[in-house]
Write a protein that binds this ligand. Sequence first.
Ligand code: DX5
Ligand code: ZN
Length: 221
Amino acid sequence: MRPFLIAPSILSADFARLGDDVQAVLDAGADVVHFDVMDNHYVPNLTIGPMVCQALRDFGITADIDVHLMVKPVDRIIPDFAKAGASIITFHPEASEHVDRSLQLIKESGCKAGLVFNPGTPLHYLDHVMDKLDVILLMSVNPGFGGQSFIPSTLDKLKQVRAKIDASGFDIRLEVDGGVKVDNIAEIAAAGADMFVAGSAIFNQPDYKTVVDEMRSELAK
Ligand code: DX5
Ligand code: ZN
């Protein structure tokens, strides 16, 4: 398996001083910026769009930005995020009329592409598109809010997806999002995840480096 990636969700960052807060979490050793896009339609919350992604790039953020689209429809916002500096774009397959077309749009716009599965979303959406995926993201909470508790059945789903990825032979990251903390990250990694989104667990602590270091030492066990 490739090196583990820690991706702080900036949903829990300080939006009033976002550039500084994102730089601080990267300086603390985080790998990737997880950027949650909510539209008050697909999910019952409203967050940030391409202008904020562009603003982070203009501020000088050079790390990969992992754009998690919780929007419906999906397609028309993809080129805007690619232009605004997104590195990875993931979407929920049931929110897209044409999953293969949406994946192609992401790839054609120069970004890595992924599908996101809610706790209750079946995995059959993977069946005919494994060759187009760079990332599979399993939600371990229902999307819409930070600070929720990890849903334990995600561990079994992670094992199923890890087996599918390994059997496919494709180079696909297995990302997990929701309720990831220092005290469960090792168990989540053991189930097959190699990319870990954590929002409240990192940003709600005064010292980001301590949390990131603790997560890495749990992952090294
Ligand atoms: C939820 C978002 C998550 C969220 C995770 O819909 O996709 O990225 O910010 O937050 P925590 O880590 O606090 O559960
Ligand atoms: Zn997310």
